[in-house]
Design a protein around this ligand. Structure first.
Ligand code: PMP
Length: 362
């Protein structure tokens, strides 16, 4: 009944999560009301919020000296808030410019602080330059990067991240489109942030994981709701949170645990991405432009041999139950977002369809 939905976000959620939410939609936990209708300060909801945070800490092995904050405004308001929380106007900060999302973060930060671009630039780069070409500033307050560029499907490799950590500066990462796709060592980052609408839950919630010593440094004119302290000191409930999104995110974290944790899901993610890239590379029909070692596990972009075929590809894939494959307008072509909730059968079905389409149009 449900199609495979390859949307980049809001994206597919695990079916088990949707069914659980449906089954308790009208009467959550025998409270005889929906979780959506419940005060966020009620003991029942506070217990849900605590469990949700505990499960996330468990799933990502978040050390005790980190706060987990649940915030409004999406990943965009979070990247706007980084300079407000960590710098004064005359400070310098280092940013990687590896695609649309890191570039938006740069544009925003440049309004409030001096930004040095470490590497990258240009429109939709298909590769992150080698560390030998990186240009760090001596006095940067932090280094910012987007670990996975959603539009192109360009992802930092482990080796590159290690080279960034080796600078010994606080590293702030936008992980909106690859959080929880594999195990990471949170303790290497000063802060990690992500919008929920890909691997966490529905839109309208964003998560910030921040080391405690980075709190308490916000500029005096930082808006209250952008100040990380506001969330840290009020259990992320300074004002009314998106209670429904928190609840669903909690179900997603439970689902990850039920699947065997991030490590188990990572093995499936690697397989899903590898088989799709293998097919694309060997098809003689489709092509992917991203440097092979930096290809994303989550967003797989590909082009057809002629743009004239795009409309037919999209119409026929939709008819076959494979939705939202159109690439971002900034990059063109197609994009299959295959986040944690995309079952392996979805990728198999996509490859089958792509094979048939290639045969019919070669
Ligand atoms: N960063 C990345 C990597 C993204 O993919 C997106 C959204 N697609 C954003 C930031 C912005 O997120 P939001 O819409 O939650 O502000």
């Amino acid at each position: 009944m449900r199609s495979f939905n390859f949307s980049a976000g809001p994206a597919m959620l695990p079916e088990a999560v949707m069914l659980k939410a449906q089954s308790e939609f009208l009467n959550w936990n025998n409270t005889t009301m929906s979780v959506m209708e419940m005060s966020h300060r009620s003991p029942e909801y506070m217990a849900l919020a605590k469990k949700m945070e505990a499960d996330l800490r468990d799933v990502m092995t978040i050390p005790d000296n980190y706060h987990v904050l649940f915030v409004h405004g999406g990943a965009s308001l979070l990247f706007t808030g980084v300079p407000f929380n960590l710098t004064q106007p005359d400070d310098t900060v280092d940013y990687f410019d590896t695609g649309v999302w890191s570039n938006k973060a740069i544009k925003e930060a440049s309004r409030y602080v001096n930004v040095n671009v470490v590497a990258g630039g240009g429109s939709n780069p298909t590769e992150i330059p080698a560390p030998s070409e990186w240009n760090f500033s001596n006095d940067a307050k932090y280094i910012h990067l987007c670990s996975n560029e959603t539009i192109t499907g360009l992802e930092f490799t482990e080796e590159m991240l290690e080279a960034v950590f080796a600078q010994g500066k606080p590293v702030i990462a936008d992980m909106s489109s690859n959080i929880m796709c594999r195990d990471i060592d949170v303790s290497k980052y000063a802060a990690i942030y992500a919008g929920a609408q890909k691997n966490i839950g529905p839109a309208g919630l964003a998560i910030l994981i921040v080391r405690d010593d980075l709190l308490g440094q916000a500029r005096s004119d930082c808006p209250t709701l952008m100040n990380w302290d506001t969330y840290a000191q009020n259990e992320s409930m300074f004002n009314t949170p998106n209670t429904w999104a928190w609840y669903l995110a909690g179900l997603v974290f439970e689902w990850i645990k039920d699947c065997g944790g991030v490590q188990a899901i990572a093995a499936i993610n690697e397989r899903k991405a590898q088989k799709l890239y293998d097919y694309i590379d060997n098809s003689g029909f489709y092509s992917n432009r991203i440097k092979v070692s930096q290809r994303s596990w989550m967003n797989v972009t590909f082009a057809l041999p002629s743009e004239d075929l795009n409309a037919a590809f999209l119409a026929e894939s939709k008819a076959a139950g494979l939705l939202s494959l159109k690439g971002h307008r900034a990059f063109g072509g197609m994009r299959a977002s295959i986040y944690n909730a995309m079952p392996e059968e979805g990728v198999d079905a996509l490859i089958d369809f792509m094979k048939k389409f290639a045969e019919q149009n070669s």
